[in-house]
Design a protein around this ligand. Structure first.
Ligand SMILES: *[C@@H]1O[C@H](CO)[C@@H](O)[C@H](O)[C@H]1NC(C)=O
Ligand SMILES: *[C@@H]1O[C@H](CO)[C@@H](O)[C@H](O)[C@H]1NC(C)=O
Ligand SMILES: *[C@@H]1O[C@H](CO)[C@@H](O)[C@H](O)[C@H]1NC(C)=O
Ligand SMILES: *[C@@H]1O[C@H](CO)[C@@H](O)[C@H](O)[C@H]1NC(C)=O
Ligand SMILES: *[C@@H]1O[C@H](CO)[C@@H](O)[C@H](O)[C@H]1NC(C)=O
Length: 450
């Protein structure tokens, strides 16, 4: 009996300690969650009721929702800007994505986020997608400031077999640190990455600040033999979506939403939540209507992933943190993905004036936390003189100019989910709201009439 009492006491004391007193790192824990190919209309916090995302919405509504937040139109450039704080035109990465056979990567003379955070005392982990080059070890995460990597190097792969079907090559693309990790076979990526990230959170030494970069595979399409994959427990949440492809896509989104819920739960249980910052962002607009064999939606924004229309570059994004001074807001300030590097450096306790002077990003912490106006008044979406697309776009204040076109102009329209067009749209208040963002001209008329 005595023994039992003592054990109970010890458990109580240790739980009190872990709740309040052992969390001694004063620098915030930084959790960056990137969704892949998630469209503007694929989260319910933008008003759609087709795919409810309650866990994501809960963080978004009680954080700061970013309504004028921009990413690059495709994957590699956005991730490069996120990691460096520099625009992809300054990295030689503005044109396309890195495929398996490409012998290049994010240039080695660039300092990247974990390399800035390590000297400030952070433990640094990446879980999921890299996509910034792997033709030589020096380009891979463990050689660039990350303590661990559990995930893959390329742009897309099977959600269960983790096989990447790349131009010229096909094979397993899954690593635990630098070793091939064959036991991932049969495990659904979204759940695999989530449980691994939860382990990192639970095992983290609370005396040190944590940087966790969770770069999900969801909701990118997989390989050609099985482009859309989700467990039945997620797809079965959407019996009302007739189109099987959109239904599976919805299941993929729903798994992503559960992931965010599970990560939040892990942060709370481990005592890291009170001193953490969660940044959520897509990497580009959604591939809609079968582009990339996928069925995302950016409605009512125009265009898709890879285009410079709003649907390609205006991203889902929010920041959530108990440390925000004025949470529960929608920010309409202009923010670009390259702003995260200086902002996170600042949050982590770094002195932004000691960062290299050739960064393109701004520290927007005051804008996020207190609502002071963003120092950013313009966003260069891209300048890409490549012979096949030759497109450029710039937003300055309320105006935007687009020159040339991507994808030979074939994806310049509006692509709402099909049954949504038929049934719900006439009742959707967003149909009357013109935030298609394409000015001037009659684009807004097109937007309303679908
Ligand atoms: C890295 O080198 C390239 C090519 O010389 C240059 O354009 C780029 O600005 C350099 N990056 C940094 C951070 O100095
Ligand atoms: C991953 O590799 C590390 C060593 O690099 C090892 O300690 C760890 O147990 C491995 N994780 C899994 C899930 O196998
Ligand atoms: C979230 O956690 C639940 C258990 O609470 C688990 O069943 C589910 O698979 C997890 N989802 C993801 C995406 O990790
Ligand atoms: C940040 O660095 C600048 C320039 O090196 C210096 O003048 C300033 O005092 C520093 N700020 C803090 C808070 O240390
Ligand atoms: C605007 O409408 C005019 C007349 O209908 C048409 O010729 C023009 O192509 C339209 N412009 C755009 C950007 O849709």
């Amino acid at each position: 009996m005595k023994g039992t009492t003592v054990t109970v006491c010890i458990i109580m004391i240790s739980s009190i300690l872990s709740e309040c007193c052992l969390a001694t790192s004063s620098q915030p824990h930084i959790i960056v969650i990137i969704a892949d190919d998630l469209g503007w209309d694929d989260v319910s916090f933008h008003g759609s009721d087709q795919i409810p995302t309650p866990n994501i919405d809960e963080l978004a509504y009680s954080g700061v929702l970013l309504h004028n937040y921009y990413v690059q139109p495709i994957c590699t450039p956005t991730r490069a800007a996120l990691m460096t704080g520099r625009h992809p035109i300054h990295l030689g990465l503005q044109d396309g994505v890195i495929v398996a056979s490409h012998p290049y990567g994010l240039p080695l003379n660039e300092t990247i986020m974990p390399q800035y955070l390590k000297p400030l005392g952070y433990d640094t982990h990446i879980v999921g997608k890299w996509h910034l080059g792997f033709f030589a070890w020096q380009y891979t995460p463990l050689y660039r400031g990350f303590d661990t990597h559990f995930g893959y190097y390329n742009g897309e792969e099977g959600y269960y077999d983790h096989t990447a079907e790349e131009p010229k090559y096909i094979g397993l693309d899954f690593r635990n640190n630098t070793e091939l990790f064959k036991s991932a076979y049969g495990e659904y990526s979204t759940e695999l990455f989530t449980s691994y990230a939860e382990k990192i959170i639970h095992n983290h030494n609370k005396n040190k600040p944590l940087f966790l970069y969770l770069a999900h595979q969801a909701v990118h399409s997989g390989n050609s033999y099985s482009p859309l994959e989700a467990p039945y427990k997620y797809t079965s949440r959407f019996p009302y979506i007739q189109d099987e492809r959109r239904r599976t896509f919805a299941g993929m989104v729903s798994a992503l939403d559960d992931s965010v819920g599970n990560i939040t739960r892990a942060l709370k249980h481990s005592g890291l939540y009170e001193n953490c910052i969660i940044l959520f962002s897509t990497d580009n607009g959604g591939p809609a209507a079968g582009f990339d064999a996928n069925y995302a939606s950016n409605w009512p924004l125009r265009g898709i992933k890879h285009t410079l229309w709003e649907g390609g570059v205006r991203g889902d994004g929010f920041i959530h943190s108990p440390l925000l001074e004025k949470p529960g807001r929608i920010s309409t300030d202009m923010i670009h993905v390259c702003d995260w590097l200086p902002t996170i450096y600042h949050i982590a306790g770094g002195n932004v004036s000691s960062l290299p002077t050739n960064l393109d990003g701004f520290n927007v912490w005051d804008t996020l936390s207190r609502g002071t106006p963003s120092p950013r008044t313009e966003i260069l979406h891209n300048i890409d003189p490549h012979k096949n697309h030759n497109a450029a776009a710039l937003r300055v204040g309320e105006f935007k100019i687009i020159l040339g076109t991507e994808e030979h102009g074939e994806w310049d329209g509006w692509y709402e989910p099909e049954e949504y067009t038929k049934e719900n749209k006439k009742n959707d208040p967003r149909a009357a709201v013109v935030y298609c963002g394409e000015k001037p001209g009659n684009a807004s008329t097109n937007c309303n009439s679908g």
